[in-house]
Ligand binder design. Structure first.
Ligand code: MG
Length: 376
C-alpha cells in the first residue's frame, strides 16, 4: 500500500549518504530493505530472543523479550512512517536494529557493565548497537560488520556524548552541532518508548506486580479503562488489560502522527536538510499526551522496574555481570577463542576491557547464567 510517493523531506536511497564500503545495488531490493535483511540475518538479532527487557528470560515464556519488543517497535514505527509519507523500509531497519547492543539482563546488565567499564570509557548500549553493526558482526568477506547505510546507522545512534561523537566523524557531527537526524530516525526513537511503556504495563500486570487499581491512577490507563468498562462491563481482567493497552497505543500513535504532521506543515521543509537542521525534533507528541506518557514512564520506573521482586532478580544479574567481567579480565582464555585472541592482540588495558565488554554484552541471559555457573 505504499503507492503514495514519499515526501520531499523523507530519507531516500537516491539521497543516501551511502555505505562505509561502497557496494553495487541489489537487483530486487532497495538499500534500506537490504539493511533490514542484513539485520534480520545477523547473529545479534537472533540472540534478542533470549535477552530481556524487565524480566529475566527464563522466568516465564509470556513476557516480552528484546526480540518481540523490537518487532513491536517496528510495527508502530512503520504505521507512523507510512501515514506521514516517510520511508517505511528505513524505519523498519532502524527499529529492528535499535537494541542489538543490549547486554543480558536488561537495564541492570547495562548499568553493571557500565560500572565495570568506568575506567575504560564506559559502556552505553546505544553506542554498542552501532558497534555491533559496524564492527562486531563477522559475516562478510570484504568488510567488518554489516556495512549498513548512513541513514540506518544514524537512526541506531539515538544519543551520544560529545567525546564519543568526536570519534564518530560524520555520524557524530549532529550531536556536536545540535542538529536532528532524519524523521525516520525520530520515529523509531519514539516508537521505542511507546512500545515499552505499553508492553510493560501488560507484562507487569500479568506478572502480578502491578494491580489494575494502581494502573488506573495513571491518566493514560484510567481513561481507557473507563471506555472499555462502559462498553464491556463484564470483561475478565486479561482481556480488559489488552483492550486498554491497544487503545493506549492507538491514542499515542494517533496523537504522534497528527502532531508531527502539523509540525511539518508549519515548518514547510523543502528537503531532508531542512529537517536535519532543526534544533528540536519534529516527531513529538502533543505536550498534553507527552506528559501523560512521561507520567506512566515514571510510574513504571517506580512500581515495576524497582519492584522488590524485579530487584531481587536485577541484584543477582548485576553481581553476575561483575563476576564475569572480573574473571575474564583475570583469565581472558576463559572466553570464546575469538575474544581470547583479540585480548592477546590488545595494545593496552583499555582495549582488553573493551573486548571483554563486547563478549559479555553479546551474551543472552541464559548463556550468562550458564557461564557464571561454569566459572564458579
Ligand atoms: Mg528498545
Amino acid at each position: 500500500m505504499n503507492e503514495v510517493p514519499l515526501a520531499a523531506w523523507a530519507a531516500t536511497e537516491e539521497r543516501s549518504r551511502g555505505r562505509r564500503f561502497p557496494e553495487k545495488p541489489a537487483a530486487y531490493r532497495g538499500e534500506y530493505q537490504r539493511d533490514r535483511d542484513r539485520i534480520v540475518h545477523s547473529t545479534a538479532f537472533r540472540r534478542l530472543v533470549y535477552k530481556t527487557q524487565v524480566f529475566v528470560n527464563h522466568e516465564g515464556d509470556l513476557y516480552r523479550t528484546r526480540l518481540t519488543h523490537s518487532l513491536e517497535v517496528a510495527q508502530i514505527a512503520r504505521t507512523v512512517a507510512r501515514a506521514l509519507h516517510l520511508n517505511e523500509s528505513l524505519v523498519e531497519a532502524i527499529s529492528l536494529a535499535h537494541d542489538l547492543g543490549h547486554t543480558p539482563f536488561g537495564h541492570a546488565g547495562q548499568d553493571a557493565l557500565n560500572g565495570c567499564m568506568r575506567e575504560f570509557g564506559g559502556f552505553e548500549h546505544n553506542l554498542q548497537s552501532l558497534r555491533v553493526v559496524d564492527e562486531l558482526e563477522a559475516k562478510y568477506a570484504e568488510y567488518p560488520g554489516l556495512n549498513l547505510t548512513f541513514e540506518t546507522r544514524e537512526g541506531i545512534l539515538k544519543h551520544c556524548s560529545a567525546r564519543n561523537a568526536r570519534e564518530l566523524g560524520e555520524l557524530g557531527r549532529r550531536f556536536l552541532e545540535r542538529q536532528q537526524p532524519s524523521l525516520e530516525a525520530q520515529i523509531a526513537n519514539i516508537a521505542d518508548a511507546i512500545a515499552y511503556n505499553n508492553h510493560d504495563v501488560d507484562d507487569g500486570f500479568r506478572a502480578g506486580l502491578l494491580t489494575l487499581e494502581q494502573l488506573r491512577s495513571q491518566q493514560l490507563v484510567g481513561e481507557q479503562y473507563e471506555v472499555v468498562q462502559r462498553r464491556y462491563p463484564d470483561l475478565e481482567d486479561r482481556r480488559l488489560i489488552y483492550e486498554i493497552s491497544r487503545r493506549m497505543i492507538d491514542k499515542l500513535v494517533t496523537d504522534l502522527i497528527e502532531n508531527t504532521r502539523a509540525n511539518i506543515e508549519s515548518l514547510d521543509p523543502r528537503s531532508i536538510d531542512d529537517v536535519r537542521s532543526q534544533v528540536a525534533p519534529l516527531v513529538v507528541l502533543t505536550d498534553e499526551v507527552f506528559e501523560e506518557h512521561m507520567s506512566l514512564k515514571r510510574f513504571l520506573s517506580k512500581n515495576l522496574y524497582r519492584h522488590e521482586k524485579v530487584r531481587e532478580m536485577t541484584d543477582k544479574a548485576r553481581a553476575m555481570i561483575e563476576d564475569l567481567f572480573a574473571r575474564y579480565m583475570a583469565e581472558p582464555a576463559a572466553m570464546s577463542p575469538e575474544f581470547a585472541d583479540s585480548v592477546a592482540a590488545a595494545n593496552d588495558e583499555s582495549e582488553k576491557a573493551r573486548t571483554v565488554s563486547d563478549f559479555i554484552a553479546g551474551m543472552t541471559d541464559r548463556f550468562a547464567i550458564a557461564e557464571h555457573e561454569r566459572l564458579q
